[in-house]
Design a protein around this ligand. Structure first.
Ligand code: ADP
Length: 368
């Protein structure tokens, strides 16, 4: 039985904004799920419906076999960690962590045991007598997690918990979260707009856009087999380069270049002869040979690799990521190609609906 079972969840706000459309997900016990997508895509609304902070317009939420759709937050056996930590400034760290248990009128010795156990896990034992303002951002974030841990909930909900931290601290907190998840074997639903957090933290990612789930899968599935043009460009940094063109006589022909297809690609695209499609190539899958002329506009050495920006046909701006240290000059022209194993093809988007990935056997949906 899944720990959390979400069926056809929908949210329509009072102002008629439909923030979430038909959200379906089973979360296994101990699974780390990350909801990712741009601002306004409905991820916080989804999390807040699971938490009980927003009414569920329709659909069902089942946690550990219990239908929680209409239950108040306190009866759902969940704990939420917020972006702004929501710590009480006048209380010590110990009191902050003990707060929910004190409210529940737990015995003092039980509270003490739970707070000390959480402080041990989070390396906060030496901070317990301090006030929140005496702690660093990272430590405060850990206290916020400590408050959730002492309650030993069925599910932890995290709403952009790292977005107030600077880049370096975010990296170290990410690594701490991975270890914490292993230690606690906790079931986690985590919201972020940051694709790096999604890729590094998640057992499975739920990628959303405009209130719709676009793809659910392991990080590598979203990276290697994006279900559509939205996921393809949202996951991966720098984003995938996209070119529109027509499939014609064994070639992908755009107004900027023509590119020969190999046998596997011809086979994949045989139903698309004469039709427009999108070719997607990640910056790291661009090679330094091939028949496409790139006019260099920028050469950024990052130490372990080089980001090379350039224009094709004077108009199309793309970015390449070469593993080598490169020293191209602005204005230089080079030949590039695409790793044939890593060329992605999509149907054209229609209005707001992203273009579907074209895959062998038609399995181009990507949700599971
Ligand atoms: P995200 O967390 O992905 O940034 P949200 O879930 O906060 O997105 O918002 C999804 C959509 O719902 C947005 O269009 C947002 O403007 C709208 N929305 C969020 N909260 C409310 C509200 N209380 N009333 C009306 N519309 C809302």
């Amino acid at each position: 039985m899944p720990e959390v079972n979400i069926q056809h969840l929908e949210k329509v706000y009072d102002n008629k904004v439909k923030a979430v459309h038909d959200f379906n997900l089973d979360i296994a016990d101990g699974e780390f799920i990350v909801l990712v997508g741009p601002s306004g895509c409905g991820k916080s609304t989804t999390l807040r419906m699971v938490a009980g902070l927003e009414d569920i317009t329709s659909g069902d939420l089942i946690i550990d076999g219990k239908n929680c759709t209409r239950l108040p937050p306190k009866d759902r056996d969940i704990a939420m960690v917020f972006q702004n930590y929501a710590l009480y400034g006048h209380m010590t760290i110990y009191e902050n962590m003990a707060f929910s248990l004190t409210l529940r009128k737990e015995k003092k010795d039980v509270i003490h045991r739970k707070v000390m156990a959480a402080a041990e896990i989070l390396d906060l034992k030496s901070q317990l007598n301090k006030k929140p303002k005496q702690l660093s951002g990272g430590q405060r974030q850990r206290v916020a997690m400590g408050r959730a841990i002492v309650r030993n909930p069925k599910v932890f909900l995290f709403d952009e918990p790292l977005s107030n931290l600077d880049a370096k601290l975010r990296g170290s907190m990410r690594r701490e979260l991975i270890l914490l998840h292993k230690k606690l074997n906790a079931t986690i639903m985590y919201v972020t707009h940051d694709q790096t957090e999604a890729l590094t933290l998640a057992d499975r990612i739920v990628c959303m856009s405009m209130g719709h789930v676009q793809q659910i899968g392991k990080p590598i599935e979203l990276y290697e087999k994006p279900a559509n043009t939205f996921v393809a460009t949202f996951i991966g940094l720098p984003p995938m380069n996209m070119f529109e063109g027509v499939i014609e006589k064994g070639k992908f022909k755009s107004s900027l270049f023509e590119y020969p297809l190999n046998d596997a690609q011809k086979d994949l695209l045989k139903g698309y002869e004469g039709q427009s499609v999108i070719l997607g190539v990640r910056p790291e899958n661009i090679t330094r040979d091939g028949n496409v002329k790139l006019h260099i506009t920028n050469n950024e050495n990052l130490g372990m690799n080089t980001l090379v920006h350039g224009k094709i046909g004077g108009v199309k701006i793309i970015v390449c990521k070469f593993a080598e240290w490169c020293n191209y000059k602005v204005g230089e022209e080079i030949n590039i190609g695409f790793d044939p194993e890593m060329m992605h093809f999509f149907e054209l988007p229609e209005g707001d609906i992203p273009g579907k990935a074209i895959r062998q056997g038609g399995e181009n949906d990507g949700t599971d």
